[in-house]
Design a protein around this ligand. Structure first.
Ligand SMILES: Nc1ncnc2c1ncn2[C@@H]1O[C@H](COP(=O)(O)OP(=O)(O)OP(=O)(O)O)[C@@H](O)[C@H]1O
Length: 316
């Protein structure tokens, strides 16, 4: 793979990005009504009618996710080579590319699992490059892994109950302070209730008391997503959530993703099954050799000669 060059591929990505619509002020009416989203929208709306279209274009939008010139090297291997792309609010965006294109490494750099060698990652206009995974998760950006990472020796319910951020938890002080102890118990009950609701949503409530290590591969994928949701994310990066999942479960998982999207979540999906990408994502980003080769709606991407070449003539 080549060293970052900041030329051809970056230009393509940039062109593709600028070709996408800039939301007008009316778009804010559809915004998610969580406090964060309202704050973020306030930063980006174009409140003053006197603003010209050019002003509006130059106003940075509060995108849920923006990756700019991301580079990651492992010794002599350049896994990510100047990748730049944006993820739109409330979208289900697909991230595809041949094996070794750099998709998982990109996810790792976005979510703090890896320290990028170069470039920038922004979550709602805030630079999060190089932050720790827990800091990024707290802000509302989480990922799932190709190989699910649940705690095998805990039950499914316990796995979910551990996930929410900012829990008071047990401490010596609260155990001898009646008021505090009551608050902790109340919080735990609320989390337990939400955990049950989430298990029901993913239809794995019947295995709530099973050790996570005893679940089937497909059930683990559902648990992984359920755990991600328990952290109250705004943006979820899904790394091959359907790999090894049977068709019935696959349909269920996709249905859940669409349902969550309607509730205002934003998803970036890495998936090798092109039918899944083409039938479910409204925007597709194609990575090749560490950078963005093309992006657009599924049909544009499917017809793109460079994409077809990158996949060596495989059906995209
Ligand atoms: N920790 C690592 N150390 C060394 N090289 C790595 C590491 N992680 C990834 N790579 C290399 O970086 C390149 C990109 O890998 P990555 O897993 O990001 O690709 P991918 O697009 O997710 O591939 P796949 O679709 O096969 O999962 C590959 O050449 C891979 O071998």
């Amino acid at each position: 793979m080549s060293e970052p060059n900041g030329t051809g591929d970056e230009t393509d990505a940039h062109d593709a990005n600028t070709a996408r619509d800039i939301p007008d002020a009316d778009d804010t009416s559809d915004a998610d009504d969580t406090p964060d989203a309202i704050d973020a929208t306030a930063e980006t709306a174009y409140p003053d009618d006197s603003q010209t279209e050019a002003d509006a274009r130059s106003t940075p939008r509060s995108l849920p996710l923006r990756v700019d010139g991301l580079v990651k090297r492992f010794g002599g291997i350049t896994a990510v080579d100047g990748a730049s792309f944006e993820v739109e609010e409330g979208s289900l965006t697909g991230l595809i590319g041949p094996n070794g294109a750099g998709k998982s490494t990109t996810f790792n750099c976005i979510t703090g699992v890896h320290q990028p060698t170069g470039g920038h990652v922004y979550f709602r206009n805030e630079e999060i490059t190089g932050m720790e995974p827990y800091q990024i998760a707290r802000k509302g950006l989480v990922r799932t892994f190709q190989i699910a990472r649940e705690l095998e020796e805990m039950t499914v319910l316990e796995n979910l109950m551990l996930a929410p951020k900012g829990q008071r938890g047990e401490s010596a002080i609260q155990s001898v302070t009646p008021g505090l102890r009551g608050a902790v118990i109340e919080e735990e009950e609320a989390i337990r209730e939400r955990a049950w609701e989430t298990l029901e949503f993913f239809e794995i409530d019947h295995v709530a008391t099973e050790y996570a290590g005893n679940l089937s591969g497909g059930q683990r994928k559902l648990l992984e997503m359920a755990r991600a949701l328990m952290t109250d994310p705004e943006v979820v990066l899904l790394d091959e959530p359907l790999a090894g999942v049977n068709p019935t479960l696959e349909e269920k998982l996709l249905e859940r993703i669409h349902q969550l999207r309607e509730e205002g979540y934003t998803f970036l999906l890495v998936e090798h099954d092109m039918d899944v990408i083409m039938n479910n994502c409204e925007h597709v980003i194609v990575m090749h050799q560490g950078s963005v080769l093309a992006e657009g709606d599924p049909e544009d991407v499917r017809r793109n000669e460079r994409v077809i070449d990158a996949y060596l003539g495989e059906d995209v």
